[in-house]
Write a protein that binds this ligand. Sequence first.
Ligand SMILES: Cc1cc2nc3c(=O)[nH]c(=O)nc-3n(C[C@H](O)[C@H](O)[C@H](O)COP(=O)(O)O)c2cc1C
Length: 233
Amino acid sequence: MKILGISGSPRKDETSGVYKLVKTVLENTGIEYELISLRGKKIGGCIACLKCAKDNVCKVDDDMSELREKIVHADAYVIGAPNYYSTINAITHAFLERLYQFRHQEGDSLWGKLAVAVGVGGMDGKIPADDIEKFLMYSFIETVAKVSGQGAAACYSCGYGETCGVGIPVMLYGKGVKITPESIPDVSKDQDVMEKAADAGRILAKRLTTGHDRKIVTQDMQQALMDMLKCST
Ligand SMILES: Cc1cc2nc3c(=O)[nH]c(=O)nc-3n(C[C@H](O)[C@H](O)[C@H](O)COP(=O)(O)O)c2cc1C
């Protein structure tokens, strides 16, 4: 059994809240895992060429190709993204769009698998976690837990954070805010969030190891997707 972790942050692993949370979830599963950062990868969005329709293999030649087999062989996923403009950032969006290659002619490589969704925002980390859950539903993957936290917006390190009127520190705490190492948000200093990430890992492991039936999950997710689509019309 193997879990694939995907961190969609373009930041270095040691400074990314998404990477830290995805890693914490994975470590707490107690199951073999591989954690891949999308940082530096070249992955474009789906170009709707439909060349995957026949065999469920995307023909676009970029770094998504090397991830395809890992996605197919993983039993579950832990996927995290930062909040950019109140949605997931572009590379995670592109990665998730490219799961379209698996959706044709009953291609069931992903159906009924399980996932944990992770979101981090300078203010709101819930939005990206919810977005990831929605994307995965289209592949009939069940998100068994979501984890969200507050990370360090770039405004804390850009050099103008104490005075910039549209920066997150001033928006959150007003003019005159003082930025100190202690005041910079860091998910790994947030006990509550770290505990939720650890819990999510344990929930995923329990679901995977206690009679996980992909057929039943697939049926449930097909229904959940239909319900979601009906609600939005
Ligand atoms: C282009 C850009 C747009 C952003 N937009 C938002 C936003 O709309 N809401 C929010 O809460 N944080 C926003 N942020 C802040 C990031 O979500 C925050 O820095 C987070 O810690 C990034 O995760 P990471 O540390 O894993 O890279 C934005 C950051 C960037 C670079």
